[in-house]
Design a protein around this ligand. Structure first.
Ligand SMILES: NC(=O)c1ccc[n+]([C@@H]2O[C@H](COP(=O)([O-])OP(=O)(O)OC[C@H]3O[C@@H](n4cnc5c(N)ncnc54)[C@H](OP(=O)(O)O)[C@@H]3O)[C@@H](O)[C@H]2O)c1
Length: 272
């Protein structure tokens, strides 16, 4: 349906973690907008069924790629695939996983799964498409973070740390790409009704339903944020721009206060 850079369409969108939850809804919404798609996840049957349905409903080209993105070799192969495809104009780094437990109660394998998927895969895939986007001065990257990337709870220290990486990485990238036509968006959802809760060990039923958004509402709000050119989209936060500005003021004040060769006065008696 499309060839290059939106000449006769918006191009190809890559959605990781498209077999369920937020990624599956992104895939549907982007197909509806006319994007061709490359969908990745481990469950082949699910992404193939979704691909087939999107081809039929929207007439777009959809490739499904079975890939465990926490596996170094499979990640590399997928990165090379999308990096070599000049029709790619949008990357949605959505695949993620969560184990919610205290640090002491988290098996190292679970910590590694979160680090590998939430951080390493997201960085590798960003690096795969970014040079082409910069060369063509065209393209967008949507990184799915979390409100828990701004603050950890006692059960979310490791997950929050991975999402804090996503926050810092994505916002840094936004600043780096200022003045170009390469757009980067951080999406930081709060609780959204997907399987990740059962996977995390905290079932959705344990949450106050009044705090849980449907996946469709979350993704539609995030896409509205993308359309509006928001660098940070927090779908459930009413006053997000004011609160983010206050956070930035506080962190800038802290960074500014650190810029001296002298130790703080409270340490002077200890410094020879
Ligand atoms: N739901 C929430 O409350 C919430 C809130 C804030 C942020 N988020 C973030 O939103 C993103 C999507 O999560 P979700 O809530 O939609 O969860 P989900 O329903 O569990 O979906 C996760 C997706 O990631 C894929 N995935 C998991 N491990 C993978 C691997 N090793 N390699 C490739 N794909 C893998 C899964 O597919 P396969 O199992 O088929 O591989 C699935 O398609 C995540 O980054 C999550 O951290 C979610």
């Amino acid at each position: 349906m499309t060839t290059e850079n939106g000449d006769d369409g918006p191009g190809t969108a890559v959605v990781t973690g498209a077999s369920a939850g937020i990624g599956a809804v992104y895939a549907e919404r982007l197909a509806r907008r006319g994007y061709d798609l490359i969908l990745a996840a481990r469950r082949t049957d699910r992404i193939e069924a979704l691909a087939e349905s999107l081809r039929e409903r929207f007439g777009v080209a959809v490739r499904s790629v079975t890939a465990d993105l926490s596996d170094g070799r499979q990640l590399e192969a997928f990165a090379e695939l999308i990096g070599a495809d000049e029709t790619v104009t949008l990357l949605v780094n959505n695949a993620g996983t969560s184990t919610l437990a205290s640090v002491a109660d988290t098996p190292f394998a679970a910590a590694e799964a979160m680090n590998g998927l939430n951080i390493r895969a997201l960085v590798r895939l960003t690096l795969a498409v970014l040079p082409g986007f910069k060369r063509r001065d065209h393209g967008a990257i949507v990184n799915i973070g979390s409100v828990l990337g701004f603050r950890s709870l006692p059960v979310s220290t490791i997950y929050s740390a991975t999402k804090a990486y996503v926050v810092m990485f994505t916002r840094g990238l936004v600043d780096e790409l200022a003045g170009t036509n390469v757009f980067v968006q951080l999406v930081a959802p709060a609780a959204t009704a997907t399987d990740i809760w059962d996977i995390s060990g905290v079932p959705l039923s344990a949450l106050d339903p009044a705090t849980v958004m449907t996946v469709e509402t979350m993704v539609d709000a995030a896409l509205a944020g993308l359309d509006a050119g928001e660098a940070v989209t927090m779908p459930s936060v009413e006053d997000a721009s004011r609160l983010i500005a206050a956070l930035d003021d506080a962190t800038l004040a802290l960074l500014g206060a650190s810029q001296t060769s002298e130790p703080a006065a409270r340490y002077l008696s200890q410094v020879p």
